[in-house]
Design a protein around this ligand. Structure first.
Ligand SMILES: NC(=O)c1ccc[n+]([C@@H]2O[C@H](COP(=O)([O-])OP(=O)(O)OC[C@H]3O[C@@H](n4cnc5c(N)ncnc54)[C@H](O)[C@@H]3O)[C@@H](O)[C@H]2O)c1
Length: 441
């Protein structure tokens, strides 16, 4: 089989590479010439564990190609996947300009039957819009070409994307034709050998499924953050509560960690977009509105603790910040909670030294105009620091050499936005420790 994947970001590049790994001939397309030139030289612009090696292997085997020409890529394709960005528009709705411009380009060049599939996260009705745009372009050419549309939302997690794609919990496909179903079944067959589920449904349900999944996960996070804030008031410990409720199989342990709010390229924009979609149908998603409110407040919780500890006098305080990416194992800083904390700390006049194992280059690019000292070593950030702030739970932060930490810092104070340390142990080590919803004694 042959397919094209349009957009070589976190989703497109991983999807294309994993399909190639399963024996499909894949051409990945992007309008970013530099990205494509780099990929053709084996240089990968994003950090995703295992991806570079897999790209190299499949390129060498002649199953994976990169081009800027969508026309060439779809020439012999059985299916084309649209995996470009759908960033939030000013009003919170998903901006479909990239998806629809790809659809237009496909319509200009399609000359045989194929399944045109949206893999980007798109609002209900987008596949129909893609179909209209394609038909419009085909009509302009005065020809007739048969095609089907499908919706195949992607559920991979950055940082674990390859594993998620190769061994998916489920594959969701929205479809309205038997012919298209046959193509998708053939394409996904190798992924289903280990009993991974493929769920076929109508297209609007598939489009909504992706938003509902992300919104449910965001809800779990905001719920636990809300409970964590209550824990601090009533003298309970969120970690104990987490263990107590997670052991209930109806609830489960996943996504129950309290922290400084969700970020990243998906949850914030998808929650917003679903609220917006509901509004367009005169429905108010009350739960999601609260989820968003709780999350926005939660991003300030750690700063408020820092500010209150220092009595609001943060000017010239030396603060070490560990972690910049929105979560571990990625260099993605889109909507990272660290960004909110950084802004607030800088506004308060602190002398900030920041470290991240992977996102440091992305941070230097993104925060070039800010007065931050970026360091290449986690301990270097601690020199003479009045406090350490943890914003991302990278593994290497979990068991640091505390003997070195205490020698370097001028005061033994830790603000832990990810609850990676045990308050009791910190107390024994002589630290003043502030987590999220943790009992101090
Ligand atoms: N990042 C994730 O973890 C994740 C997970 C599941 C779903 N999604 C969804 O998948 C979609 C893509 O997300 P992403 O994080 O991979 O985006 P991204 O920003 O990393 O990549 C998008 C790519 O599309 C390219 N592009 C834009 N317009 C194009 C065009 N006309 N032709 C060809 N290429 C074009 C861009 O140059 C860029 O390389 C979004 O809708 C997102 O919500 C993302």
């Amino acid at each position: 089989m042959r397919i094209s994947v349009v957009g070589t970001g976190y989703v497109g590049l991983v999807s294309g590479t994993c399909f190639a790994e399963m024996g499909v001939t894949v051409t990945c397309v992007d309008i970013d010439e530099k990205k494509i030139n780099n990929l053709n030289k084996g240089i990968v612009s994003i950090y995703e564990p295992g991806l570079e090696t897999m790209i190299e292997r499949n390129t060498q085997k002649g199953r994976l190609y990169f081009t800027t020409s969508l026309k060439d890529s779809i020439e012999k394709s059985d299916a084309v996947f649209i995996a470009v960005g759908t960033p939030p528009d000013e009003d919170g709705s998903a901006d479909l300009q990239y998806v629809l411009s790809v659809a237009r380009e496909i319509g200009r060049h399609i000359d045989h039957y194929m399944v045109v599939t949206t893999k980007s996260t798109v609002p209900i009705g987008t596949a129909e819009k893609v179909k209209s745009v394609l038909n419009e372009e085909i009509r302009k050419r005065g020809i007739e070409v048969d095609f089907d549309i499908a919706s195949n939302p992607e559920f991979l997690k950055e940082g674990n994307a390859i594993d998620d794609f190769l061994k998916p919990d489920r594959i969701v496909i929205g479809i309205n034709s038997d012919r298209a179903e046959k193509v998708m079944r053939r394409l996904y067959k190798p992924f289903l050998l280990n009993n991974h589920q493929i769920v076929f449904m109508d297209i609007p349900s598939a489009e909504l499924t992706k938003y509902a999944a992300n919104s449910m996960l965001a809800t779990k996070i905001s719920f636990m953050n809300d409970i964590a804030n209550l824990c601090e008031k009533v003298g309970a410990d969120i970690n104990s509560v987490r263990l107590g409720i997670g052991s209930d199989t109806r609830i489960g342990y996943k996504f129950l960690n309290a922290g400084i709010g969700y970020g990243g390229s998906c949850f914030p924009k998808d929650v917003k977009a679903l609220i917006k979609t509901a509004g367009e149908y005169n429905y108010s998603l009350e739960i999601l509105k609260a989820v968003e409110r709780v999350n926005n407040n939660q991003k300030s919780v750690l700063f408020n603790k820092i500010s209150s500890y220092f009595g609001g006098k943060l000017k010239d305080k030396k603060i070490a910040l560990w972690g910049l990416s929105f979560k571990p194992n990625t260099d993605d800083m889109r909507e990272a909670p660290a960004l909110v904390i950084i802004d607030k700390l800088l506004e308060a006049g602190v002398d900030l030294r920041a470290y991240d194992p992977i996102a440091i280059d992305e941070a230097k690019r993104r925060l070039a105009d800010k007065n931050i000292t970026f360091v290449d070593d986690q301990y270097e950030a601690l020199i003479d620091a009045d406090a350490l702030v943890i914003a991302t739970e990278w593994s290497e932060f979990k068991v640091p050499k505390f003997t070195i930490v205490e020698k370097l810092m001028s005061k033994k104070i830790i603000f832990d936005g990810r609850n990676i340390y045990d308050p009791k142990e910190m107390k024994e080590f002589g630290y003043e420790y502030f987590g999220i919803g943790r009992k101090l004694q």
